[in-house]
Design a protein around this ligand. Structure first.
Ligand code: CAA
Length: 263
């Protein structure tokens, strides 16, 4: 079913609970203006907490050329420091960190600047073989402002991140996979099918367990190993409060497919 009416976004949710949000400014290569940011964040919050059946969120770009070519340069070009500071330019994107359902970025072309950073805000990146990733902000007289200096460094290591951020050079899809930035690269024509297949597998899991597992993996970015392992242990133990743990283990023992009730 279609999801609301947006100016810069297409949204739908299928029978399996897979929501697809398509950045829809193809003429501007899906440049991320503030209206699009507001719509994407609101759509994700709605899908996460209020939608009756959404279980996994896919974010992709419309057209064959770009996932997103970055924050909207035309919108930003005349912004003053005081406006950027007082309005918190681009800080709305961090709201995506509060989304509990898994988010998959299906990167169908350029993922540059804020586009690369949006992909890295997702939990899994699947790249079309035609995709390219980069942080070209240095060429615009700015630096990555949607988490790129932090998330790219954690994804590919300091030396490579530094080189990318200081030169603005791009990575191919194959390089992104070999560095661990993306999970896999697939032929462009198969991108959505592959991503949907993966999303449907994740959608079959118990929703609270998937959300807990996502939260635990993300804690690896936030905590020391000892704290992270303690966090994980508590979440692991908490699974035993769920009927889904009983169902999952009973189904294994009885050699059948589990039917999770999300409780
Ligand atoms: N903002 C606004 N408009 C953009 C845009 C962006 N980030 N990227 C592309 N567009 C627009 C172009 O201005 C052009 O519009 P017009 O037809 O009205 O001129 C249209 O999209 C098509 O783009 P091109 O003609 O440039 O297409 P191309 O095939 O020649 O080049 C490209 C493709 C290499 C991706 C090139 O568009 C490009 O370099 N884009 C900018 C990439 C960039 O610097 N991104 C970082 C933005 S800053 C940022 O993101 C800050 C942050 O950290 C959050």
């Amino acid at each position: 079913a279609l999801l609301g009416s947006f100016s810069n976004l297409l949204g739908e949710v299928d029978e399996a609970g897979v929501a697809t949000l398509t950045l829809n400014r193809p003429k501007q290569l899906n440049a991320l203006n503030s209206e699009l940011m507001g719509e994407l964040v609101a759509a994700c919050q709605y899908l996460d907490r209020k939608h009756p059946s959404a279980r996994v969120i896919i974010v992709t770009g419309s057209g064959s050329k770009a996932f997103a070519a970055g924050a909207d340069i035309k919108e930003m070009s005349s912004v003053t420091y005081s406006e950027a500071y007082n309005k918190g330019l681009l800080d709305g994107w961090e709201t995506l960190r509060t989304i509990r359902k898994p988010i998959i970025a299906a990167v169908n072309g350029f993922a540059l600047g804020g586009g690369c950073e949006l992909a890295m805000l997702a939990d899994i990146i699947i790249a079309a073989d035609s995709a390219s990733f980069g942080q070209p902000e240095i060429n615009l007289g700015v630096l990555p402002g949607m988490g790129g200096t932090q998330r790219l460094t954690r994804a590919v290591g300091k030396s490579r991140a530094m080189e990318l951020v200081l030169t603005g050079d791009r990575l191919s899809a194959a390089e992104a996979v070999s560095l661990g930035l993306a999970s896999r690269a697939v032929p462009a024509a198969e991108l959505m099918e592959t991503t949907q297949k993966l999303a449907r597998r994740i959608a079959a899991a118990s929703l609270p367990v998937a959300a807990k597992a996502k939260e635990c993996v993300n804690q690896a970015y936030e905590m020391t190993l000892a704290e992270g392992v303690r966090f994980e242990k508590r979440e692991f133990w908490s699974c035993f409060a769920l009927a889904d743990q009983k169902e999952g283990m009973a189904a294994f023992i009885e050699k059948r497919t589990p039917v999770f009730g999300d409780s």
